[in-house]
Design a protein around this ligand. Sequence first.
Ligand code: IDP
Length: 151
Amino acid sequence: MEKTLIILKPDAVQRGLIGEITSRFEKKGLQIVGMKLMTIPASIAEQHYAPHKGKPFYEGLVRFMTCSPVVVLALAGKDAIVIARKMMGATFGSKAEPGTIRGDYGVSNAYNLIHGSDSPEAATKELGLFFKADELQTWKPTIQEWVYDMT
Ligand code: IDP
């Protein structure tokens, strides 16, 4: 099973959307293997968004991500990275399609509710940044055979 790192950004937490967004992933069949509420230290936010360093929005992005608590989720499933990215929708809330998380719940470009790893390499790096090894659970959902037609 592939793993991906999801962050419910400060705007999602402030707006009371933790349950709704998390529920979408659960209903889709992505398995929660790690979950916690935390305030991101600046040094972690800087490492997480290092690829954007130097861009005009970088400083504001780090400020936003560290200003109030987030929920970090580790999700597992076949093709979890691509599936979660599709469910999130396009980066900017104003452009994201209805039916996606960003398309249904927001209009802002910067305050776009959610982060999801965009590649296996990014997922490995980001899971390591936000979770210690013993914070990730290995468990088998009893329903798994029905989610993946393995009956
Ligand atoms: P992603 O979150 O869909 O992977 P990225 O291009 O990796 O999109 O951008 C990271 C985050 O930086 C976005 O989710 C958004 O919060 C912020 N961001 C990206 N581009 C802009 C911009 O042009 N203005 C303001 N914020 C931006």
